[in-house]
Ligand binder design. Structure first.
Ligand code: ZN
Length: 216
């Protein structure tokens, strides 16, 4: 399956050389652009989170790749995005001492339409090579209004908080949790999830995102 899917560059669609191991997922041009343009280098503040990091800026080719990952059934893109995120967590294992990796939930209707939760795919791909457990801890309330329809920051925060609920039979009490998300935009959704995990008893919550919007 991997061989079939690694023939084209994840970011630009360019055919990759047939020779080689088949593991490369970017053409040399995009690999260079990732290093030079797309790496997220700024500090991110999510209220309630002990620390927050994102791998990439949500712009240009990264934005289009993320949209294909989320909306065009490009599930295998999870491997590439997770590979961008993995070093961030690997570098912070000693500091963060995570007990559990979890992920931002999506609504069941969207999950049914899409067939997968993109944040869950990322979380699993990141947790596995580090031998960390990965479990769902939160769920999304059905029929909550979209964040993008909210008028201001206060309305977004309130809406985001209303949208999330604890999953039954999850235990985060006393734990250090890594919350995986795909994109951080305003941070309201991530903040709501962090606050809920803290209310559920998590001692520390770290946010690890694939990308964040820039210039906001
Ligand atoms: Zn490319």
């Amino acid at each position: 399956m991997g061989v079939l899917f690694t023939k084209r560059c994840v970011l630009c669609g360019e055919m990759l050389p047939a020779a080689g191991t088949g593991r490369a997922m970017l053409c040399p041009t995009c690999a260079s652009e990732i290093r030079q343009i797309y790496r997220c280098t700024e500090a991110i503040h999510i209220p309630g989170a002990t620390d927050t990091v994102a791998a990439l800026y949500y712009t240009g080719k990264v934005k289009y790749a993320m949209q294909r990952f989320k909306f065009q059934h490009k599930q295998h893109y999870a491997d590439w995005f997770a590979a961008q995120m993995l070093p961030l967590l690997a570098d912070r294992l000693d500091a963060w001492q995570p007990d559990l990796v979890t992920f931002m939930p999506i609504g069941w209707l969207r999950r049914r339409e899409r067939g997968y939760n993109q944040a869950e795919l990322l979380a699993k791909a990141i947790a596995e090579p580090l031998s960390l457990p990965c479990r769902a801890t939160l769920r999304k309330r059905a029929f909550t209004p979209k964040q993008s329809t909210q008028k201001n920051a206060a309305a977004r925060q309130k809406n985001a908080e209303r949208a999330l609920l604890p999953r039954e039979n999850t235990e985060v009490r006393g734990k250090s949790i890594v919350l995986v998300d795909d994109i951080i935009t305003t941070g309201a959704t991530a903040a709501a999830a962090v606050n809920l995990l803290r209310e559920m008893g998590a001692t520390r919550v770290y946010v690890l995102a694939a990308a964040r919007t820039s210039g906001k």
